[in-house]
Ligand binder design. Sequence first.
Ligand SMILES: NC(=O)c1ccc[n+]([C@@H]2O[C@H](COP(=O)([O-])OP(=O)(O)OC[C@H]3O[C@@H](n4cnc5c(N)ncnc54)[C@H](OP(=O)(O)O)[C@@H]3O)[C@@H](O)[C@H]2O)c1
Length: 277
Amino acid sequence: MTMILVTGSTGQLGRAILSQLSGRGAPAIGSSRSGAGGTRILDFDDPAGLTLTGVDTLLLVSAGEAEDDVVIARHEAVIAAAERDGVTHVVYTSLAGDGDHLAFALAHRWTERRLRRSTPSWTILRNGLYAELFGSLLPWSGQRLTSAFGDGALAAVTRDDLAEAAAIVAAVPEVHAGRSYDLVGRPITAHEVAERLGATLSDITLAERRVQLDGAGLKPFQPAMLMSIHTAVAHGFLARTGPDLAELLGREPADALAVAAAAALASAPEGFDGRGA
Ligand SMILES: NC(=O)c1ccc[n+]([C@@H]2O[C@H](COP(=O)([O-])OP(=O)(O)OC[C@H]3O[C@@H](n4cnc5c(N)ncnc54)[C@H](OP(=O)(O)O)[C@@H]3O)[C@@H](O)[C@H]2O)c1
């Protein structure tokens, strides 16, 4: 029987992938840095401790919340371990093809290149930006939503759809060997999110958004990363949809607007009197 290992399974995407795989009866285990919840301990920052023996299919969830040199070293370490330990196939969660202008694109594209010359066979899942993320990037100012996305649309996709697509691929990796899928959803705008919530939305400039982010106590790399999302969406670079997600799922993608609205609603001020998501 083949064994699938899902990295980052303490995270939101990895956990959902693992749950999808177990729902399909696929033999899968998860890994994390801490070993929390019975996961196998795999810390990409500790190359000497990376062991993938017994793993046939590695579902490598990007560990992207860091500077490029750190992310690239992590992904190099885990791909090298997969080669050494005889992993047959690596599925990697990358970034949508239209995401090249984003500050975190480089580490994804580096990893794609590295996989293309690795010894295991591979599948690249070029994930669009999460609907959950889009909704969370619309901060409240009193009872109003604010947005620096202007009229720009994002071909947003729900985490659960991405998890299901990843599980579908990992369950029969040989069918998807050497393939790259662009997993983007239907374009949604900040104004549509506000309308869905019955909220008033105030447009703010990129400069005003940067001031908010600079004062938010983020990690040093995060403001630039988030600003790159704002300018790319605002200027129409992430609006394009495509057929790959629906084809892999065998159904239409979930309602990304509803999920983005729910994410925005989660941080609504007490007493927000919109219509609800
Ligand atoms: N498409 C999008 O909109 C979008 C948005 C945000 C992030 N992302 C990318 O997609 C990935 C998954 O998203 P998510 O929502 O599941 O993020 P998440 O909930 O923050 O989970 C991140 C996972 O990465 C693991 N990780 C971090 N550093 C690691 C390391 N050095 N070695 C091994 N594992 C490590 C974490 O494991 P531990 O429990 O061990 O910390 C955690 O399980 C993120 O890591 C990021 O690269 C995509």
